[in-house]
Write a protein that binds this ligand. Structure first.
Ligand code: GDP
Length: 473
């Protein structure tokens, strides 16, 4: 071989190696956590995300998602996950419910525990287009779906049993909880805290407490219901560390009688925090890169002032814990990675398009208290109104010379389709005396049949751009 051809060969092999290394270095991994209280739309969101990226990624469908609009998206597919201990999100089941081969579509069953799914998104990077090599990269997107109820346990990490009782017990004597707490409070009042432990009595009262929490969740959509695992026990149902409840903090003596009912309540609270709450943050939460929190603002409005107010205070409590300042409790404990958080007011297809902005502003006002501080700490926060799966169509109706912006769809559990004028959501948090006397009543809808097997969305592309755009640049 001549010297020149040897030199050429060596050069091209070095160039090839450099390109391979560059490709590898361009491959990235992102952990996107999806949370929200039960019913906020996590399952629907993940199903829509996967469906759009795997089979509907056209610029017409996702015009605000840069990688798609710029025709750089090559293909996305579901690939085996790395986290072998975490159950897989059942995408096939969910998409079949929404787009059945025959019969009416229905909403898939909701999240009850942590799930995950991994996507490989193959794309042409901008660096490749600008440079002299063809940089085809792959972004491995791990989607982690976990109940928001678990996230709400976060403040418990900083509390002892007495402090937890100081916050939780008085709530039970106030509206709206007081309507459901009578039986539980009566049972707690009868419990002799200093008597030797009566396991059956504790289990019975814990069951009353759990029934009350589950009922409150269903009937009032209140957010601050702890411990979160009582609402979403996963595989902990019946485990002794879930069998505790708050008591009046004045009854907690400094000298706790060993082996007493009180001693056992304290022990279980501590075990819950140590063995359930803490491991969740250690094993999962601190590894997340991006977080979307789905908020069902419209259902909270339907429930009334207290529920919306509580949504706001819960969001703000959580954000306070996200605080990344060097001295932040959370930072010291977990060193989390999250650099972008999106709060999304979901189900905006339940209102007229001209009111989407009001919904986004309302959510922004609920989140507002802490968000400035977080931006300061280097975490970006955004609020948006969106709908992962649009279950309605816009309809204009003329009425006495006016055009009304209505929506058309099949209300959930109803037989007939309906053209309906939804109320306008407020664009900021209302005081109790500003709350409309007729209250809010937003309807929920069944998913639309889709003969072409395509899902429709509202602003899912904006959401994807915010959460992933920079990783796919
Ligand atoms: P999860 O408990 O957070 O997993 O909530 P799901 O995804 O199961 O959603 C709960 C319910 O909210 C569904 O059964 C639907 O009725 C409704 N829903 C969720 N996402 C949407 C959406 O994007 N649009 C509409 N119209 N309804 C939705």
């Amino acid at each position: 071989m001549s010297r020149t051809s040897l030199a050429k060969k060596t050069f091209s092999s070095i160039k090839g190696k450099a390109q391979n290394a560059l490709h590898r270095s361009l491959d990235q991994q992102v952990k996107l956590a999806v949370t929200g209280l039960s019913g906020s739309g996590k399952t629907a969101f993940i199903t829509a995300l996967v469906k759009h990226l795997t089979t509907q990624a056209s610029d017409k469908n996702l015009p605000f998602f840069d990688v798609v609009r710029e025709q750089r998206h090559i293909a996305t597919k579901v690939v085996p996950q790395e986290a072998l201990k975490v159950p897989t999100f059942d995408y096939a089941r969910a998409v079949n419910a929404l787009l059945p081969d025959d019969g009416m579509p229905c909403w898939p069953a909701s999240t009850q525990r942590i799930n995950t799914l991994r996507l490989a998104i193959k794309y042409q990077s901008n660096a490749g287009l600008r440079g002299h090599f063809s940089a085809q990269s792959t972004l491995y997107l791990d989607i982690i779906d976990y109940p928001g109820e678990w996230l709400l346990d976060l403040p418990m990490l900083e509390q002892n049993y007495t402090q937890w009782c100081e916050l939780q017990y008085p709530l039970l004597t106030e509206y709206p909880r007081v309507n459901s707490s009578a039986e539980f409070l009566a049972a707690v009042n009868q419990l002799d805290l200093n008597a030797p432990v009566d396991e059956n009595a504790l289990a019975r009262i814990a069951e009353l407490y759990q029934t009350m929490l589950v009922g409150l969740k269903k009937d009032t959509k209140l957010a601050m219901l702890q411990p979160g695992r009582m609402l979403m026990p996963g595989d902990l149902q019946g485990a002794p560390l879930l069998l505790f409840f708050p008591i009046a903090s004045e009854q907690i003596t400094t000298e706790v009688v060993a082996g007493s009912n009180l001693a056992h309540l304290i022990k279980r609270f501590n075990a819950y925090v140590k063995e359930v709450v803490k491991p969740f943050y250690n094993e999962h939460f601190r590894h997340f890169d991006r977080q979307i929190v789905l908020v069902d603002v419209l259902s909270a409005l339907n429930e009334g002032h207290e529920t919306l107010q509580e949504q706001s205070s819960v969001i703000n409590q959580l954000l306070a814990h996200f605080s990344y300042g060097e001295s932040g409790f959370f930072k010291r404990l977990f060193k989390p990675n999250i650099d972008k958080i999106l709060f999304a007011a979901n189900k905006s297809d339940h209102i007229a398009a001209k009111h989407h902005k009001d919904l986004a502003l309302l959510l922004n006002s609920l989140v507002h208290e802490q968000s400035n501080e977080l931006k300061f700490d280097g975490v970006q926060i955004e609020t948006m109104a969106m709908s992962s799966i649009s279950a309605t169509q816009p309809r204009q109706v003329s009425d006495k010379g006016h055009t009304l912006e209505c929506i058309y769809g099949k209300p959930l559990n109803e037989a007939d389709w309906l053209t309906y004028l939804p109320p306008q959501p407020p664009s900021r948090m209302l005081n109790k005396h500003e709350w409309p006397a007729q209250k809010f009543e937003f309807l929920a809808f069944a998913p639309m049949p889709s003969p072409d097997k395509q899902l429709k969305h509202i602003r899912l592309d904006h959401v994807l751009q915010y959460l992933l755009g920079d990783k796919l640049a």
